[in-house]
Design a binder for this molecule. Sequence first.
Ligand code: SF4
Ligand code: SF4
Ligand code: SF4
Length: 225
Amino acid sequence: MTICSRRNFVSGMGALILMTGTTIKSVAQNEKSLKTVRYAMVHDETACIGCTACMDACRKVNSVPEGVSRLEIIRSQPYSEFPHVKYEFFRHSCQHCSNAPCVSVCPTGASYIDKQTGIVDVNRDLCVGCQYCIVVCPYRVRFIHPVHKSADKCNFCRDTNLAKGKQPACVESCPTNALTFGDINDPNSSISLKLKTTQNYRTKVELGTQPNLYHIPSKEGEIRR
Ligand code: SF4
Ligand code: SF4
Ligand code: SF4
């Protein structure tokens, strides 16, 4: 090989390495941009004091009328004897199932999973009030909204607080930080770290719904299924 052709070869290799580097970088960037967010929530039953501030905040922020609710904190039977009575508190709300039966049965596409966030939501304009989604939800969290007459439930404040860049109303209002919300597809998010560092459970996983509401079990009572 002459000096000239060797020089061409070396500069060609350099260009190839540079191009390969660029290609690797752009593939990595594409992969990053393709990674979707999956919002989830953790209710820490060991930190919950049953104050119901979250329920009140949800009602106010999302204009939920009396008589129906998107979120309930259910108090258990008392444990131990007076004066050392203890309770456990359980969050009852939409689980934002990754495999959501309410979405599968909806005949109009009104019930859907938002591709950007994984949030299960309802398009009121498409809802005909047939109630199939209410019947099929194994968690019993849906209702017909008495004012707009379409199916309704928790949507992680997608169109209210989240749209303003805030945390869901329940999370914002909790005085004991019993609620953690975030992206479980991000391994460094506070929710991912919480799930990695605690014992936690989800309900009715045997149905294949893939719920995205997690609970850190209370030290009292029994784990619900
Ligand atoms: S909890 Fe019920 S309403 Fe919520 S996504 Fe699952 S099936 Fe649908
Ligand atoms: S009530 Fe509305 S959201 Fe539910 S299944 Fe019927 S059309 Fe779909
Ligand atoms: S605001 Fe927090 S402490 Fe109070 S009931 Fe809700 S989750 Fe529990």
